[in-house]
Design a protein around this ligand. Structure first.
Ligand SMILES: *[C@@H]1O[C@H](CO)[C@@H](O)[C@H](O)[C@H]1NC(C)=O
Ligand SMILES: *[C@@H]1O[C@H](CO)[C@@H](O)[C@H](O)[C@H]1NC(C)=O
Ligand SMILES: *[C@@H]1O[C@H](CO)[C@@H](O)[C@H](O)[C@H]1NC(C)=O
Ligand SMILES: *[C@@H]1O[C@H](CO)[C@@H](O)[C@H](O)[C@H]1NC(C)=O
Ligand SMILES: *[C@@H]1O[C@H](CO)[C@@H](O)[C@H](O)[C@H]1NC(C)=O
Ligand SMILES: *[C@@H]1O[C@H](CO)[C@@H](O)[C@H](O)[C@H]1NC(C)=O
Ligand SMILES: *[C@@H]1O[C@H](CO)[C@@H](O)[C@H](O)[C@H]1NC(C)=O
Ligand SMILES: *[C@@H]1O[C@H](CO)[C@@H](O)[C@H](O)[C@H]1NC(C)=O
Ligand SMILES: *[C@@H]1O[C@H](CO)[C@@H](O)[C@H](O)[C@H]1NC(C)=O
Ligand SMILES: *[C@@H]1O[C@H](CO)[C@@H](O)[C@H](O)[C@H]1NC(C)=O
Length: 370
């Protein structure tokens, strides 16, 4: 009897150890839900021994600094992988290559400074969603990112979230290999311009979110770039500091023409100059219409008036000089007369002053007066 109990305890112990061994420390595993979660456990590396049945793998809120190809071996069934909020700084070459069924990859809220050129290389075109929101340490990582996106086999990617990364400029053709992309989130960056080839290759794009950036305007080449996108009512441009001087006119008129493609047509507004603040670009379109002609006309009038004023002043000056020349003798005479008169006055004054300041002389003079 005692022996049996001992055996049972032993068995329970072994079983529990076995159960533990099948789920890595710091993680919770649910075979029924095909889910493993290792959340906020201050893990320094991706844990070993994640079970093969796992489809949803959440390793979030830890302290993992780099990830590489050895991290995810044998995880053939993982479709959803979230590595958000881990302070990851480096993605090595072929990190995700073994995840043959991966469809959703969330790397948001990390501090990537180095992404290897083959960091996002996957053997099969399976990835559908890539979340890199607030994933870059700073704008400098954009070069690495662009190279990795061009290199990777992400031909079936449908959603890419690059919001909140402090991006200032996108290298040309960053998205050239993402021919199936439908949704591109670029909101909450610091984008200042859209150039030729910024959105090159996005033949299937349906949604482009450019809100909360630093666009002061979009020049003609940028408008052509936006026109080339097949987005239908999926373009968002609000919350940019548009500068509503004359140069905004092409964008304002384009916006009025593109109401069916821009979802937040009423949102884009002027941030400067102060007199135009909060005026929508659509309203500005009517205000600044014929801005160039008017401005050019005004300029011309102003220039003409300056030239005219100059001519008149020059003429007056010439006439004045001519009059002086004609009267040169009379003037000389008058000048001499004036000088003599001055001298007499001065001498008279000087004389009186000497008399006044000398009491003796003053007496003499007063006696003489008397
Ligand atoms: C993946 O899942 C299938 C079916 O659930 C299973 O047969 C296979 O062993 C799993 N792969 C691994 C590596 O465990
Ligand atoms: C995270 O890891 C780094 C070293 O990689 C260490 O210096 C730091 O103290 C860790 N932070 C936490 C909160 O564990
Ligand atoms: C996998 O991720 C996608 C996108 O985030 C989500 O729609 C789906 O429900 C997730 N699947 C599971 C099982 O969590
Ligand atoms: C990868 O894709 C190829 C063809 O597209 C397919 O034959 C192969 O089975 C896939 N491999 C895996 C592991 O899914
Ligand atoms: C990406 O992740 C962030 C934060 O984790 C989340 O707010 C955002 O909705 C995600 N983007 C997409 C497209 O699911
Ligand atoms: C980004 O961070 C790196 C590493 O700290 C630094 O060398 C670089 O100057 C930073 N770049 C910008 C644009 O702040
Ligand atoms: C924009 O990103 C910053 C960090 O980069 C974040 O603090 C802020 O909440 C974000 N704002 C919006 C509107 O998403
Ligand atoms: C953009 O392309 C147009 C023609 O498509 C060209 O005239 C212009 O110079 C290009 N601009 C830049 C900055 O490359
Ligand atoms: C412009 O609009 C913002 C938000 O709608 C508001 O906070 C701000 O006071 C407005 N500024 C002016 C000058 O009307
Ligand atoms: C805006 O477009 C409408 C037609 O859609 C046109 O009648 C109107 O004149 C345009 N406004 C401006 C300022 O171009």
């Amino acid at each position: 009897m005692l022996e049996l109990a001992q055996r049972m305890v032993l068995c329970a112990l072994v079983c529990s150890i076995y159960a533990r061994a099948s789920c890595p420390p710091g993680c919770e595993c649910s075979e029924a839900a095909h889910t493993v979660k290792c959340v906020s456990k201050e893990l320094q590396t991706i844990p070993k021994g994640i079970p093969g049945y796992t489809r949803n793998l959440f390793i979030t809120g830890n302290n993992i600094s780099r990830i590489g190809p050895t991290c995810f071996q044998g995880l053939d069934n993982v479709t959803n992988l979230s590595l958000s909020n881990n302070r990851i700084t480096e993605v090595e070459s072929n990190t995700f290559a073994d995840l043959r069924a991966l469809r959703y990859l969330d790397l948001s809220s990390n501090q990537l400074t180095a992404i290897h050129q083959e960091g996002f290389s996957m053997h099969n075109h399976t990835l559908r969603e890539l979340n890199l929101s607030r994933a870059l340490y700073n704008h400098s990582a954009v070069t690495d990112l662009a190279a990795a996106l061009r290199q990777a086999s992400l031909g079936s990617l449908q959603g890419l979230d690059l919001s909140g990364n402090g991006l200032v400029l996108l290298p040309p053709r960053t998205f050239s290999r993402l021919g199936q992309l439908r949704r591109l989130q670029l909101s909450n960056n610091s984008l200042v311009a859209i150039h030729n080839a910024t959105f090159w290759g996005l033949q299937r794009l349906e949604e482009l979110d450019l809100t909360f950036n630093a666009l002061k305007g979009v020049p003609e080449e940028g408008l052509r770039e936006l026109d080339a996108l097949p987005v239908a009512s999926g373009l968002l441009l609000g919350d940019n500091p548009f500068d509503c001087t004359c140069a905004i006119e092409p964008l304002a008129l384009w916006l009025n023409r593109s109401r069916d493609r821009v979802r937040d047509t009423e949102a884009p507004s002027c941030a400067s100059p102060a007199t135009m603040r909060n005026v929508t670009l659509l309203a500005a379109a009517t205000l600044t219409l014929r801005c160039y002609q008017r401005a050019a006309g005004a300029d011309l009038a102003l220039q003409t008036s300056y030239v005219f004023l100059g001519l008149v002043l020059g003429l007056v000056g010439l006439v004045f000089l001519f009059v002086l020349y004609l009267n040169r003798k009379g003037i000389k005479k008058r000048v001499n007369e004036a000088r003599d008169a001055c001298r007499e006055v001065w001498e008279g004054y000087h004389y009186r002053y000497e008399i006044d300041s000398d009491p003796r002389l003053s007496q003499v003079s007063s006696n003489a007066d008397a």
